[in-house]
Ligand binder design. Structure first.
Ligand SMILES: C[S@@+](CC[C@H](N)C(=O)[O-])C[C@H]1O[C@@H](n2cnc3c(N)ncnc32)[C@H](O)[C@@H]1O
Length: 562
């Protein structure tokens, strides 16, 4: 166990006999992720991996000065952890937002300078934005903080009178002010592109990014971004854009209302307490939603990010960004590239890399580029949708399972080529889909990758897993392969569990006695780990069928039928 105490109920996972060997030998296969705080809580990204686990893997498989590659680096946790542990790092991602977030996370920047520039920005735009949310009550004027809308009708206004939170009905003036804004009168840049049609993430091709915002918030955002773009110092300008994209979701109509029984603070309205939800994933605009004061969203995020940056400022780490691979052989220690991994890896010499650690796109779980459309378009980034490795349910894109396998297998092949012999490749993986697993196994069988270790990665109860977990798998697997000089080891075999049903029963009995049954994901974890380490694999759908026919389910746990 790394990081946090293991929750009760997981102890059965420790009973597995693990693969023996060096240095991959490890008596404990289950890693518990820590939550995303500090620099890792600065900006949303989906399927973020816990930094403590990433760090542990880097420490285990590399030494200071080694080159670590992550071809799908996402929000860049493998980059920061490599740099903090004095390794050199190459981070590749096709998503411009991913590389942007990564760079902002590691960037060394004077927080004093940031505070000065934030002060200038505040002086220039805060009052103007506040005037968009003016709330007049008698002779007094306040600034609205939250506006509740239901099916396009303004139903409630929150504002502060000194420190007291007031919740009030909207007046005619409030309604007039809100409706005085219009999409076609916004004077500055705002994204006008359409979505890809994809019901999985609630997008329709006739809708635009700007439909996610009320005209008032759109105008406030465009004014803010326009002013940020005038900041002369590039590092500060990018930092402020980072605060902008980190907060833009909360300034959208996607912020839902959480209803709880009980009285609200301040002057209450009814007995129902309304709390503020947050943008999670996809582009769902609820019928009842909040419109939150754009400046407040931005300032709150800025303060949180600044705090994390101040802590980082005290950390003594080296950051010397390279532009090409060769510079990593000298004093440069990080190379970040926004391009398709299948192309970038080709530019890296044979057997030049010490370790590859990555979490690739998992089939159809997250269409990252479609999900990041809001950020990329505010940032005016060009996006290469063609070469994304993904299965997208959008008919507007040609991203099916075959394209996904072809491109992903290409990357695996390149990883094998660039990795030094007897060095390691750790792959984080999670899928409930048989074909995706079988593709992975067949693809690895064609390469000189010997599976050395299978571990599970659990997320702590406190960590926000920014991901839609599959119905059964709450954990990710981390498979570690060693690049062997020759194919002197056996291929992984796809077996049928039907023919070995007793195996499932025995494994199950061995683990379930003390805890009165197992959840689906616990059974799958046991099986995947145990079988893979014996060099075998099975279809997950087969296990689920056997469970349904031979086991009974109660309180989410499976028990053997007697
Ligand atoms: C599972 S996510 C990685 C998340 C990361 N582990 C983190 O903690 O933030 C997979 C990443 O692969 C990227 N991706 C998809 N197709 C790609 C391609 N062809 N080349 C490089 N990156 C790609 C996506 O943009 C996404 O950021």
């Amino acid at each position: 166990m790394i990081g946090e105490p293991e929750p009760e109920g997981d102890s059965m996972l420790e009973q597995l006999t693990l693969y023996e060997g060096k240095p991959e030998d490890n008596p404990n296969p289950n890693h518990m992720g820590e939550s995303y705080t500090g620099i890792y809580g600065m900006h949303k990204y989906w399927s973020k991996k816990p930094y403590n686990i990433i760090r542990d893997f880097i420490l285990r498989y590399t030494k200071p000065g080694d080159i670590v590659v992550d071809p799908f680096c996402g929000s860049g946790i493998s980059m920061t952890e490599s740099i903090f542990t004095m390794r050199k790092a190459i981070g590749i991602d096709i998503n411009p937002s991913a590389i942007f977030i990564t760079r902002q996370m590691i960037n060394r920047i004077s927080t004093r300078l940031l505070q000065v520039e934030f002060g200038n920005l505040e002086r220039d735009v805060k009052d103007r934005i506040a005037s968009f949310y003016k709330v007049k009550r008698g002779a007094k004027e306040f600034v609205g903080t939250h506006f509740l809308w239901e099916n396009g009708t303004l139903t409630e206004i929150w504002y502060k009178n000194k420190r007291t939170k007031i919740i009030d009905d909207p007046t005619d003036d409030d309604i007039r002010l809100a409706s005085s804004f219009s999409y076609d009168r916004v004077p500055y840049y705002y994204p006008k592109n359409n979505f890809f049609h994809n019901s999985r993430i609630n997008t329709r091709r006739e809708n635009h990014i700007y439909d996610l915002f009320t005209p008032r918030n759109l105008e406030a955002l465009s004014l803010l971004m326009d002013r940020i773009e005038t900041v002369k110092n590039e590092d500060v300008r990018e930092f402020l854009k980072f605060c902008f994209t980190a907060s833009v979701g909360q300034a959208s109509k996607m912020v839902f209302v959480v209803k709880k029984r009980g009285k609200c603070g301040g002057k209450s309205k009814g007995s129902e307490k309304k709390e503020i939800g947050s943008w999670v994933i996809g582009y769902w605009v609820p019928e009842e939603n909040f419109e939150i004061n754009v400046w407040n969203c931005f300032e709150n995020k800025y303060r949180k990010i600044l705090k994390a940056k101040k802590n980082l400022e005290k950390t003594d780490y080296l950051l010397n960004e390279a532009e090409i691979f060769d510079e990593l052989r000298g004093s440069k220690n990080v190379l970040l590239i926004n391009a398709p991994a299948q192309k970038v890896l080709k530019t890296i010499p044979d057997e030049s890399v010490d370790y590859v650690l990555t979490d690739p796109p998992h089939g159809n779980r997250q269409p990252y580029l479609e999900l990041s459309l809001m950020w990329n378009s505010w940032l005016k980034k060009e996006v290469n949708y063609e070469e994304e490795i993904v299965i997208s349910e959008s008919k507007d894109r040609n991203k099916d399972i075959h394209n996904y396998y072809e491109l992903l297998n290409h990357v695996f092949k390149e990883i094998e080529r660039i990795l030094k012999f007897d060095h390691y490749f750790s792959l984080m993986f999670n899928s409930l889909d048989d074909d995706t697993w079988i593709n992975l196994i067949t693809s690895m069988n064609k390469l000189n990758f010997e599976l050395k270790k299978v571990e599970t990665l659990e997320y702590s109860a406190h960590s926000v897993v920014q991901d839609t977990r599959g119905a059964g798998l709450k954990t990710d697997f981390i498979l570690t392969f060693r690049k062997s000089p020759e194919k002197g080891f056996e291929d992984l075999k796809i077996t049928s569990l039907r023919e070995n049903e007793h195996y499932l029963t025995e494994l199950f009995n061995g683990c379930s006695n003390e805890c009165n049954g197992l959840e689906t994901y616990q059974i799958l974890n046991l099986l995947v780990s145990d079988l893979l380490q014996q060099g075998k694999f099975f279809r997950l759908s087969e296990v689920l069928n056997i469970l349904r026919t031979t086991f009974k389910r109660g309180e989410n746990k499976w028990k053997k039928l007697v």
